[in-house]
Design a protein around this ligand. Structure first.
Ligand code: NAD
Length: 469
């Protein structure tokens, strides 16, 4: 298998226009990326198809290449992490964690083996189940975890023997392009291509006739458009979509003990996490204490540029998202909510919003019923546990949820009642590479993560062979 030595990211058509990239900590432009025209995808997908024939043929070579790719990512961490912080906004320590997770995921999928197994058959035949790759896969990802979500798509797709055309968000194309250059040293040409550009590039990629699987992470609205686009070619779709996760606190919860964990489950990456805690339900008796414990942390946590080692919370990633967070918060305040902390933009350059804890929020306020995707957390009181569980489930989303209390058996029984893909007890949003990740309801279609993520990139193939000639 020949290893690529060519252009960074195997990007054959680095021509035409470009678009600018803004540093959310300053609001100023600091870079640019190629703005690829949708028509250019024809040649790119063709190359991915050509590369597929060699790549799918040799599982052992693929595993070696993916291990090599993981080592290359680790070696490039000192360059990748600051660039990620610069364009995305998150604190540098979180960017380093994201790079490490990207390498870990490559390693994890490099070690998974694609098995074959006998199929039960009462006729005189040996039926054996094997697995075949699909072909070129389109991966489309958002701006909140550009590298981690990209690797969540390309690592299993490549391990399965597919080739990948990956499109990052136009808000965060730069670290992904650098990652492409890093991986170009380990992967054969055409096996992973990074394409950057503004819409309708993503729409064209999702509906391209040469694509056999579209794996998308982003908002539910865009996910619907992606699924509709992929229907034309009947490509398989995997959709990881929005969430509005509830944290239900039980009446035996130790507020001070869990407050830090609960706070960071909502405010990590400036709240821009699909499975962040986006609503808290607290027993009325404890409600004021919960609000104050969280508000204290919101007021005292250092907010600033992710490159400043003292910052724990960075800016919102982009201007439209900041406007959305601001609108939802203003609407809640106009409807009678009170900001126990924050409630406003910070008066400084960049897209900073004060970490905000809202109380007295009407249950039908958009900050409760929709995904705020920013550093704002409503805390709602409840009188009866059934009421809290009903409210937690009363949403079109079904990504995650959590239950917090001292009696773990009781908490587990409540967690069982949550209508979502993953439920945690006294934690939130922690995922192992080996576990399946799948949203319920409008939060997703298909399964990512673990062996399920690998087999989501394969199709079954059965050979029936007579027992005798
Ligand atoms: P988005 O849906 O606006 O964009 C996601 C990606 O799709 C971007 O690359 C974008 O350029 C592209 N895109 C836009 N229009 C398209 C179209 N018509 N066809 C194809 N691609 C198109 O989402 P966002 O604002 O970048 O990210 C935030 C959202 O992502 C939130 O809803 C969040 O919950 C969700 N998210 C989900 C998960 C998960 O695993 N479930 C993880 C992270 C983020």
């Amino acid at each position: 298998m020949s290893l690529a030595t060519g252009h960074p990211a195997h990007d054959p058509a680095d021509r035409g226009g470009s678009f600018t990239v803004v540093d959310p900590a300053t609001g100023e432009t600091f870079g640019e990326a190629p703005d690829r025209r949708p028509e250019e995808l024809d040649a790119i997908v063709d190359r991915a198809h050509t590369a597929w024939h060699g790549w799918r043929a040799d599982q052992a070579a693929r595993r070696r290449a993916l291990r090599e790719a993981a080592d290359a990512v680790d070696r490039a961490a000192a360059a990748l992490a600051p660039l990620l912080t610069r364009e995305q906004g998150k604190p540098l320590t979180e960017s380093h964690a994201e790079v490490a997770r990207t390498a870990a995921r490559l390693r994890y999928f490099a070690e998974l083996r694609i098995g074959t197994q006998p199929v039960a058959d009462d006729r005189p035949v040996h039926s054996r189940l094997r697995w075949r790759s699909l072909g070129p896969v389109a991966a489309i990802v958002p701006w909140n975890f550009p590298l981690q979500l990209a690797s969540a798509k390309f690592a299993p797709a490549l391990a399965a023997g597919n080739t990948v055309v990956l499109k990052p968000s136009p808000f965060t194309p730069l670290a992904t392009r650098m990652l492409g250059s890093v991986l170009a040293g380990a992967l054969p040409e055409g096996v992973l291509t990074i394409v950057t550009g503004r819409e309708p590039l993503g729409a064209r990629l999702a509906s391209h006739p040469g694509i056999r699987h579209v794996t998308f992470t982003g908002s539910t609205a865009t996910g619907r458009a992606v699924a509709a686009g992929a229907a034309a070619s009947l490509a398989r779709v995997t959709l990881e979509l929005g969430g509005n996760d509830a944290a239900v606190l039980l009446d035996d919860v130790d507020v001070e003990k869990v407050a830090d964990r609960l706070f960071w489950a909502a405010f990590r990456n400036c709240g821009q996490v699909c499975m962040a805690v986006k609503r808290v339900y607290a027993p009325r008796r404890l409600h004021a204490r919960v609000v104050e414990a969280l508000a204290h942390r919101a007021r005292t946590t250092a907010v600033g540029s992710g490159l400043d080692p003292l910052s724990r919370i960075g800016p919102v990633n982009n201007a439209p998202q900041l406007a959305r967070v601001e609108r939802r918060t203003a609407r809640a305040l106009a409807d009678g909510a009170r900001a126990a902390a924050g409630g406003h933009r910070l008066d400084r350059p960049g897209y900073f919003f004060a970490p905000t804890i809202l109380t007295d929020v009407p249950a039908d306020s958009p900050v409760v019923t929709e995904e705020q995707f920013g550093p704002v957390l409503p805390v709602l009181p409840y009188d009866r546990l059934d009421e809290a569980v009903r409210a937690a489930n009363d949403t079109g989303f079904g990504l995650g949820g959590s239950v917090w209390g001292t009696d773990l058996d009781r908490a587990a029984a409540v967690a069982d009642r949550l209508e979502c893909g993953t439920a945690w007890i006294n934690h939130h949003a922690e995922l192992s590479l080996a576990q399946p990740f799948a949203g319920a309801k409008d939060s997703g279609v298909g399964v990512a993560g673990g062996p399920w993520g690998l087999y989501g990139n394969l199709r079954p193939f059965v050979v029936h062979r007579p027992q005798e000639a």
